[in-house]
Design a protein around this ligand. Structure first.
Ligand code: NI
Length: 229
């Protein structure tokens, strides 16, 4: 699963986030890494408790809430608070695995989520930096991703990945994990494919077309069978 979501943020949100990120105080990215990935992680991160991290995190979460593709592809149960990173001067993140379980704070309560889907939201345009490709390693081949500012990629957290060294300029991004209501990836893909087709049929035939109604019913019945709630 690899899904490109163009223009997650409005132009105003993007401009505000970029200005805030450029003026912020950055810390060592290893703070939120596991023992193994800390050895290959070399980047900067906004401290989790900083005002900027929390404020920009809210902007990203609001944008997710209104995005049809994110909600259809991920079927989110819980989303981790977004984190923000910065790579420059040769910084990189070598090949690593993201932890299957992450502790998060939901208000005053500490809880855990299973990381099913990873998201990277780009704040720098590709022509602002060299290198910095997000690279997926699966089944013996590599796939590289470098998207325009404001665009986001979703990928399965099950996949080994790395961020190539940034050799010119600065690469700013947000990243976070989602626990899906559908644990099994192939089932999540089937529901996403079906939902996309139902949406397309609704546009062409209207909400009350009998086939649209019936397919919508089938979609929800599959959700009932497969969801973990
Ligand atoms: Ni990672």
């Amino acid at each position: 699963m690899l899904v490109h979501i163009p223009g997650l943020l409005t132009q105003d949100e993007l401009t505000y986030c970029q200005a805030t990120l450029k003026a912020a105080q950055w810390g060592d990215g290893r703070e939120t890494a596991g023992q193994q990935s800390a050895k290959v992680k070399n980047n900067l991160q906004l401290p989790q408790n900083s005002k900027e991290c929390q404020e920009l995190g809210q902007i990203v979460l609001r944008a997710l809430g209104r995005n049809t593709i994110f909600n259809s592809a991920v079927l989110p149960y819980r989303v981790s608070p977004p984190l923000f990173n910065r790579y420059e001067n040769g910084m990189n993140f070598g090949a690593h695995v993201d932890n299957a379980i992450r502790g998060i704070w939901a208000g005053d309560i500490h809880t855990r989520i299973r990381t099913d889907v990873s998201s990277t939201l780009f704040f720098s345009d590709p022509d602002e930096y060299d290198g910095g490709e997000l690279t997926m390693h699966s089944n013996g081949h590599e796939q590289t991703i470098k998207l325009p500012a404001g665009d986001m990629v979703l990928y399965s957290t099950t996949v080994l990945h790395n961020v190539a060294p940034v050799t010119r300029g600065s690469r700013l991004a947000a990243f976070f994990w989602s626990q899906s209501m559908i644990a099994e990836e192939s089932r999540r893909q089937i529901l996403f494919d079906l939902d996309m087709q139902v949406m397309s049929l609704r546009d062409r035939l209207g909400d009350m077309d009998p086939s649209v109604l019936s397919l919508t019913n089938i979609y929800h019945n599959m959700m009932r069978q497969w969801c973990i709630l």
